[in-house]
Every structure is written in C-alpha cells, then in structure tokens.
Design a binder for this molecule. Structure first.
Ligand code: PMP
Length: 401
C-alpha cells in the first residue's frame, strides 16, 4: 500500500519523450531527430575543445574553492553574458541599466523572469508565437502569467505570417509582454528579416509592449554571434526596456551544466539596482543560488580573447555542419523526385527544420523507418550526417507518396 497509490501515470514530455522511445528501439538504422542537441558527423555528442581546455584550467587552479555563489550567481559571468548578447559597446551596459542574474540555463531564466513580471509588472499577459517551444506556455503559466498567442508561422508558405503577427500584436492590450525568439525560431526555423524586425520593434514600442527575448541559439543560426544578436540590439538601441533569457546549452554545448542568464534592461541605473534586489527575492526561495561549475567555464572562455576566438571557430563549425545537412537533405529529396516544394529546408535556419510532415506521416516514418521526431514534423538537423541523410530522404519520400 502507498499513500500515493492513486497517482496517475503522467505522459512523457512531448519532446524528451521522443528520445525515450528512440532508446527503446533496437533497430540499427534508427535516427533520433527529436531533441535539439548537436551531434558530430559521427553522430556523437560534442564537448568543445575550448570547453575542455577551460575545465582543465579550472581543475588545475588550486585557489578554486566550492563556496556558494551569491543568489545572483557569478558576477563576472553575468557581466560577460550581458556583453555577449547586447554588444560590448551597448549603451545600456555603459549606463549600468542592465540587471543580470545567472540562472539555470534558458528555461530557468524564462521562469525567473516570468515570476518577476507576475510579481512586479502591471500587465500579466504574455503573448507567445504559434507555434513555439512546447515548454513556453507551461513555464509562463506556472510563473503566474496569463499566456495568450500571436500568429507567427504560415503553413501555406512555410514562412512567417507577418501580417498575422502585426495584427495580433496591434490588438494586444497596451503594455502586454511579448515573447520573441531572438534568432533561429524553434520549432519553425523561420525568423523575421531585419526590416520586419524593425517594423515589429516600432509597433511594440508604440504600444508599450514589453519584449521578453528568448535567446537559446545565439551563433547557431548564422554562425556569427553578432549577427544573431542583431534583432535584440535593435531593441536595446532605442533606449527601451526588455527582458533577455540567455542559454549556453547549444552555442557552447553546455546542455547538462545548465548555464544561462536573465538580463533586464531598465530605463535607468537606479531602477536596475532595485530590479536586481527583487530578482534575488524570486530566486532565493526557488533554489537559493545557482551552480558554480558551468558559469566558471563560460567566464574563463569569454574573458580571454584567444579562447573566445577558439570558441567562435568551433561554434561556426557546428553551425556550418547543420547548414550543410540542410543542403544534403534538400538535394537527396530532389534526386528522388519527391513530390512537393522542399526549398524551406534550405531557407529555414538554426537547429530545426519544420518539415511540414503531418502527424500521420511522422508516425509512419517512426513505424516503418525508425526515424524519431516530434509529432509536429520538426526535425533536428544536428542529428543528421552524411550516412543517415539517404535513409531519412527515403522515409520522407515514402511518407509523402
Ligand atoms: N528556449 C528555446 C526556444 C529552446 O529551444 C530551448 C531549448 N530547447 C530553451 C529555451 C531552453 O533550453 P535550456 O534550458 O536547455 O537552456
């Protein structure tokens, strides 16, 4: 007997559950395109050389101790993280208007930011794109916000529903919070152009909509850290306020170390000080203080120009491999004469392709070809390599014919 005997079995997480099912499949040809984690051409997880080097340096430093970090995390890491996303010459940083706290990767940053807003901001509604990363609505609802949606993706064009987006943001109540994917939108791989970003910015500022950027892929979309940060920097350059959730999971391969940061760009330095004091009150009862190892590694790399450069080279290599997989998959479908227009595979950017395959086709490919993806037809391009692209192309071909 158990006092918990009445507890129902919960369903698997829709994204992480794909890997659970994949692991149970004994087929030698199986491919996991579910979770967004980078894989090498050999299909192996990658620890960056520069990360290994930073870890060695930390291990060999006898002065290092394991004391608790402050509630807000490693101060040096916070400064470097803000600099990385907003730019070294960012006026907001120079004017000390940015409050940054180290959080548990991107997810923890979103959660802390969400709770801060639910407690202190006058408008509790956050607008998220359709579709979006599946965890967004859950994180923000549990943080105490009301979640509503804005149009983003147009299945007909497999591109941005820009008019729908502008219409929905125009009719959002004044001051509403708007979740924006900083780059490499997950799951669609569709980003606004810089011109469209500028229009979004003007509309949002004219309606006092508060931007909450989710930056989980800086450097992963284009291979350039600065280019991928450009939309965010446009919103900082206008002097307005915003929230920024950063993750080093993908761009530094730090997934399991849970390294992230929440920055709140404020209107003035004294507001930033008070905001930070309130962030501490959100964090302290949640997990007291964040972990030490991950941010120490990241700070070691970011503060050393030679290591920083080594990182950008390794990051670009990851981004380039993903881009080349797009081309290979596109070519493979073309050579099979697979019906339909597949140009979105090379147009979309970042970790994922939103294939346009429906849930029956996804189920068919799992059943017949042992290929695993989320039921919305999203595939992680990082799971592809020269050897498994033909098998995937065969499966897609069979699924649509
Ligand atoms: N936001 C988006 C859009 C993501 O794709 C992810 C990772 N899949 C995250 C946030 C958070 O990831 P993490 O908590 O591992 O940094």
């Amino acid at each position: 007997a158990s006092v918990f005997a009445g507890i129902a079995q919960a369903p698997e997480d829709p994204i992480l559950g794909v890997t659970v099912a994949f692991n149970k499949d004994p087929s030698p040809v199986k491919i996991n395109l579910g979770v967004g984690a980078y894989r090498t051409e050999e299909g192996k997880p990658l620890v960056l050389n520069v990360v290994r080097r930073a870890e060695q340096m930390l291990i060999n430093d006898p002065s290092r101790v394991k004391e608790y970090l402050p509630i807000t995390g490693l101060a040096e890491y916070n400064k470097l993280s803000a600099k990385l996303i907003f730019g070294a010459d960012s006026p907001a940083i120079q004017e000390n208007r940015v409050a940054t706290v180290q959080c548990l990767s991107g997810t923890g940053s979103l959660r802390v930011g969400g709770e801060f807003l639910a407690k202190h901001y006058h408008e509790r509604t956050i607008y998220i794109p359709v579709p979006t990363w599946g965890n967004h609505p859950k994180v923000f609802t549990l943080a105490g916000l009301t979640v509503r949606s804005y149009r983003y993706y147009d299945p007909a064009t497999r591109g941005l529903d820009f008019n729908g987006l502008l219409e929905d943001l125009s009719s959002a109540p004044l001051g509403s919070i708007v979740l924006l994917h900083a780059c490499a939108h997950n799951p669609t791989g569709v980003d606004p152009t810089i011109d469209q970003w500028e229009q979004i910015r003007q509309l949002m500022r004219s309606k006092s909509l508060l931007p909450f950027f989710d930056s989980a892929y800086q450097g992963f979309a284009s291979g350039s850290l600065d280019k991928d940060a450009q939309p965010v920097r446009m919103f900082v350059a206008d002097g307005g306020e915003l929230l920024m959730a950063q993750s080093y999971a993908k761009n530094m391969g730090m997934y399991g170390e849970r390294v992230g940061a929440l920055s709140i760009v404020c209107g003035s330095a004294d507001v930033a000080v008070r905001v930070e004091s309130q962030l501490k009150l959100v964090i302290r009862p949640m997990y007291s203080s964040p972990p030490l190892h991950g941010p120490s590694v990241v700070a070691t790399i970011l503060k050393d120009s030679e290591m920083f450069n080594e990182w950008t080279v390794e990051l670009k290599a990851m981004a380039d491999r993903i881009i080349s997989m797009r081309q290979q998959l596109f070519d493979a479908l073309k050579s099979r004469g697979t019906p339909g227009d597949w140009s979105h595979i090379i147009k979309q950017i970042g970790m994922f392709t939103f294939t346009g395959l429906n849930s029956e086709q996804v189920a068919f490919m799992r059943q017949e070809y042992h290929i695993y993806m989320t039921s919305d037809g999203r595939i992680s391009m990082a799971g592809l390599n020269m050897r498994n692209v033909p098998h995937l192309a065969d499966a897609i071909h069979a699924a649509v014919t």
